[in-house]
Design a protein around this ligand. Structure first.
Ligand SMILES: [Fe+2]
Length: 241
């Protein structure tokens, strides 16, 4: 039976005030802990690029970046409805913190069965949905019941805020007139030193048989595959309203 995942507005407010605290609760009778991944994200970006964040042309709606929810045992989550509308709590979490991930969580069988699987070339940062499409949320998942996806994945997923992609492209001397379409970034940089600093990494590395999910809003972030030596398998993808 699927379970809704809910964190109260009060708790999310508390986490925004004190991003180093750990929220805990239960879903489907299973304990979870939720943590901010990168505290004071805007300040880190500004420090990394040695410049105040620009007010235009890129908005920066976050204070902290990434919310990682780790469940102690597998739980089937209902994150969206039959019309593919993402649940309100998750949308609120994404609006505040950008990418939201769940470890030890999986979707119901019909949701796991339909849809597509994708893998992009390494370090090609892009959005999945054009601005005029109504389903702007991407949900990626690793299906613990799938013969391929039950294993940890070799490649990871990197997510960064639009403003960081903009500053990185500017630093690399790229074409900013086509900002957000596709950016091959960070080639030749030491990615490991940028993770949890300006890049959020979804590692897909939980033990065999673990379900993992990440969901984010294509309007506020770009994402890329990161091979780090090996491509691994395509990940499950849903686009949500
Ligand atoms: Fe994508």
């Amino acid at each position: 039976m699927p379970h809704a995942f809910a964190i109260s507005t009060k708790d999310l407010d508390g986490l925004a005030r004190d991003p180093r605290r750990v929220l805990s609760g239960t879903v489907g009778g299973v304990r979870y802990e939720a943590r901010v991944v990168i505290a004071d994200y805007g300040e880190r970006i500004a420090r990394h690029y040695g410049t105040p964040l620009p007010n235009a042309p890129v908005e920066f709606p976050f204070r902290h970046f990434g919310l990682r929810c780790e469940l102690e045992a597998p739980v089937e989550l209902r994150l969206y409805d039959a019309s593919r509308v993402l649940c309100a709590t998750t949308r609120d979490m994404i609006a505040r913190f950008g990418p939201v991930s769940f470890t030890n969580a999986y979707l119901d069988p019909s949701a796991r069965a339909d849809g597509q699987r994708n893998i992009f070339p390494s370090l090609d940062f892009h959005y999945d949905r054009a601005p005029d499409q109504d389903n702007q949320y991407s949900l990626f998942f690793r299906d613990p019941f799938d013969a391929v996806q039950r294993a940890p994945r070799d490649s990871t997923t990197l997510v960064l805020a639009n403003v960081a992609a903009y500053l990185q492209e500017r630093k690399e001397g790229g074409d900013l007139s086509k900002f957000r379409s596709l950016h091959h970034l960070f080639e030749g940089e030491d990615i490991a030193t940028l993770i949890d600093e300006i890049l959020l990494e979804q590692r897909w590395s939980a033990p065999a048989g673990s379900g993992e999910i990440i969901v984010f809003d294509n309007r506020t972030v770009l994402h890329a595959s990161y091979y780090n030596g090996k491509a691994g398998y395509p990940i499950g993808v849903r686009y949500l309203i």
